[in-house]
Design a protein around this ligand. Sequence first.
Ligand SMILES: [Zn+2]
Length: 296
Amino acid sequence: MGENGKKLLIGKVFLKGDILLKTGLHIGGSKESMQIGGVDLPVIRDSGSSLPYIPGSSLKGKLRSILEKFGKRTTNGKEETLSFNRNIGTRKDNIFIHCCDDARLAIQCEVCRIFGSSGGDMDERRTKGENMPAILFVRDSLLKEDSVSESTVLAEVKIENGIDRISAAANPRRVERVLPGAKFGFELVYDVEALSFTGSVTPGLQKALIEKDLKNLLTCMGILEAEALGGYGSRGYGKVEFKFSEFVAKSIAHFLGSANKTKGKTDGEFGIPEARTEVEEIIKFLELEAKSAISR
Ligand SMILES: [Zn+2]
């Protein structure tokens, strides 16, 4: 935030529920732990329980990459699409992503505001190149053991073939994947903060940004349902569905011990469209909570 910057935690928004696998899921793990004669591409597993799981970084990375494709940044009052300006790969194997070079740009950027940005080069006066920490926390999604019966094999090994276009030689690989029907519990936590680079905190501006962020997150989840999570998506892997059990805001007063300082939906199983209808109420609630947090 730099000198004299201010940040005030207003509350947190929780998005919780299950990720239901509609087709086999492959999120790559380490081959080291596999025996000879095993699979070529195993799924990642929790080292303690040895059950497959979805790392928070995989889900977060996928959501970010989706938002990079439709998110906007407002610079000098003008809205612009985002550029893939940062190479996070190597010089030989480029991986370009979008990443704002400074926190002051990032706060007006729909991607970096949620997912964070590592600043670019600092200038001499150190007024540029600041990091923007992520305000979204994506937990590891653990397998719901009751979604798979004990007799069910958790993961199958499927042979995927690559065909050399010149020699026509096949190059079969044994890919492990978690079977459809399995459920993983997801949890996203979005920090609601009033912040200022200059010293005075005003919640008014943030209201519109927070509303945009929550809607963007739900949109990203919807687009992810239409795309794929993990590897081999173009071969049919990784179709998932989000089943919400909770979409709720909890204000700082709630964490301080006050009752009834939450707002949102916590009953039954619901989908993305139903979650979207809650956003307006959640924003109204957070606006009131921001006022009391600032005047405290
Ligand atoms: Zn950005």
